[in-house]
Design a protein around this ligand. Structure first.
Ligand SMILES: [Zn+2]
Length: 136
């Protein structure tokens, strides 16, 4: 992936150059990585999870929790960082979440599961995010 995150691609062809094929499939084509396959499923390192498409700050590591669902899960996001869209793709209504800055697909958000006090689970593909670890 390109290190220059200041200018955003304007076409899908530009995104294709910028991302790996696996990243492109998830971020730009709303793909889903296989459960328990992502690099951040069990990560507990402190830091900031950023959008892999544009570098925007999305999830502080203290919002991450172990949901046992196979994908990194967060119960809150940086205010304004996430956009929610109705997704009826699988014959049911789910809520897709995208990066508000670059419109890349992140995953889905689920509410009412009572997994955390905030009662919210942002189920995010590891390929959609990159951890910016806090350096002590
Ligand atoms: Zn983004």
């Amino acid at each position: 992936m390109a290190t220059d995150e200041t200018t955003l691609p304007t076409t899908e062809d530009q995104w294709r150059v910028r991302l790996t094929p696996a990243e492109f499939r998830v971020l730009r084509q709303a793909g889903t990585e296989a459960p328990f396959s992502g690099e951040y499923v069990h990560t507990t390192t402190e830091g900031m999870y950023r959008c892999r498409g544009c570098g925007a700050e999305l999830y502080p590591s203290d919002t991450k929790f172990d949901s046992h669902c196979g994908w990194p899960s967060f119960d809150d996001a940086i205010p304004g960082a996430i956009r929610e869209i109705d997704d009826r793709a699988l014959g049911m209504l789910r809520t897709e979440i995208r990066c508000a800055r670059c419109d890349s697909h992140l995953g889905h958000v689920f509410r009412g599961e009572h997994l955390t006090a905030k009662n919210t689970r942002h189920c995010v593909n590891s390929l959609s995010i990159r951890l910016d670890a806090t350096t002590a």
